[in-house]
Design a protein around this ligand. Structure first.
Ligand code: FAD
Length: 307
């Protein structure tokens, strides 16, 4: 039996585990892929105090730091159900095993929705990007496209317009879905073009980097090619919370609802990082939220457990 069982081994989970273990309580981390999204990241230049690092190096550093403490890491294990057994929580794994703990921290992160078109996967991190806060500065002086005309796409286009030479926003629908105030701001920018009713069908490249994209004009049915160096895909961030539906309160977007202490709708179950309603999905934020949820779990344990 654990005192704190962390589900998810990204930045939020690693921070939760370290903060729990430093209280001298029995701590476990179960993760489908220890390291999380950071494993898919190239340059990281906004982790404050480290001007530049690479995703895989950062993931290794997370793991090394967690292993400095007596934390039981169960990697390559996927949780599929959260339940109860008397006073304890039970986390059922796909492997068939069941883990029991007095408190749980959910930190299963999120994944960017992909377009699913040829070239997208090949040029990921070679021009295809998902996070303007992370990768925007890498495209200084270049031309980029933003795919998606919802709030996140339009925010990304406004943000990027201040950094890059030119932005083309491509929306599938015949109108943008972003808030009016954002649309007005976007339309006021001189270096932004908006293309509506356009379906991106391919990301083009020279083998090592993006050189353009192809979109279909959905009204006329013909194809167009745009020459550019970057494609920011902004068609949704999907929290990895499908397995919690019906168990815990989720937002309309599937994010775990948490309060200021990272407390979920179930006392004793906390959540942190990209899988929660906390805005702005970033490494520094996930780390801080993980630490916070862990301290809150410790507070919960000292208030609820028999001496
Ligand atoms: P994640 O990193 O998503 O980790 C989730 C963990 O939960 C993983 O271990 C996963 O395997 C596990 N998991 C999921 N479901 C289950 C389950 N059912 N059972 C068990 N385990 C499960 N942020 C920055 O600050 N700077 C950057 O430069 C930057 N660049 C990025 C580049 C890319 C390509 C991407 C994809 C993201 C980038 N981000 C960047 C965002 C950053 O990676 C995330 O905000 C951060 O990793 C969130 O941490 P997390 O711990 O909440 O979730």
């Amino acid at each position: 039996t654990f005192d704190v069982l962390v589900v998810g081994g990204g930045p939020a989970g690693a921070a939760s585990a370290i903060y729990a273990a430093r209280k001298g309580i029995r701590t476990g981390v179960v993760a489908e892929r220890f390291g999380g999204q950071v494993l898919d990241t190239m340059a990281i230049e906004n982790f404050i105090s480290v001007p530049h690092t690479e995703g895989p190096a950062f993931a290794t550093a997370l793991e090394t730091h967690v292993k400095d403490y007596p934390v039981e890491i169960m990697n390559l294990q996927r949780a599929q159900k959260l339940g109860r057994h008397g006073d304890l929580f039970e986390v059922e794994l796909e492997s068939g095993a069941t883990l029991r703990s007095r408190s749980v921290i959910l930190s299963t992160g999120a994944r960017w929705r992909q377009m699913g078109v040829p070239g997208e996967e090949h040029y990921r991190n070679k021009g295809v990007a998902y996070c303007p806060h992370c990768d925007g500065p890498l495209f200084k002086g270049k031309s980029v496209a933003v795919i998606g005309g919802g709030n996140s796409g339009v925010e990304a286009a406004i943000d990027l317009a201040g950094l890059v030479k030119h932005v083309t926003l491509i929306e599938f629908d015949s109108k943008l879905r972003a808030d009016d105030v954002l649309q007005r701001k976007l339309r006021s920018l001189a270096n932004v073009d908006i293309i509506l009713s356009a379906k991106t069908t391919e990301v083009l490249g020279d083998g090592s980097k993006v050189t353009g994209l192809v979109y279909e004009d959905r009204a006329k049915g013909n194809n167009h090619t745009l020459a550019l160096e970057g494609v920011f895909v902004q068609i949704g961030l999907l929290p990895n919370t499908e397995w919690l539906k019906g168990t815990i309160v989720l937002s309309a977007r599937g994010e775990i609802e948490v309060d200021h202490h990272g407390q979920t709708s179930i006392p004793g179950v906390f959540a942190a990082g990209d899988c929660t309603t906390v805005p702005y999905k970033q490494i520094v934020i996930a780390l801080g939220e993980g630490a916070k949820a862990s301290l809150a779990a410790f507070d919960y344990l000292i208030r609820t457990s028999a001496p």
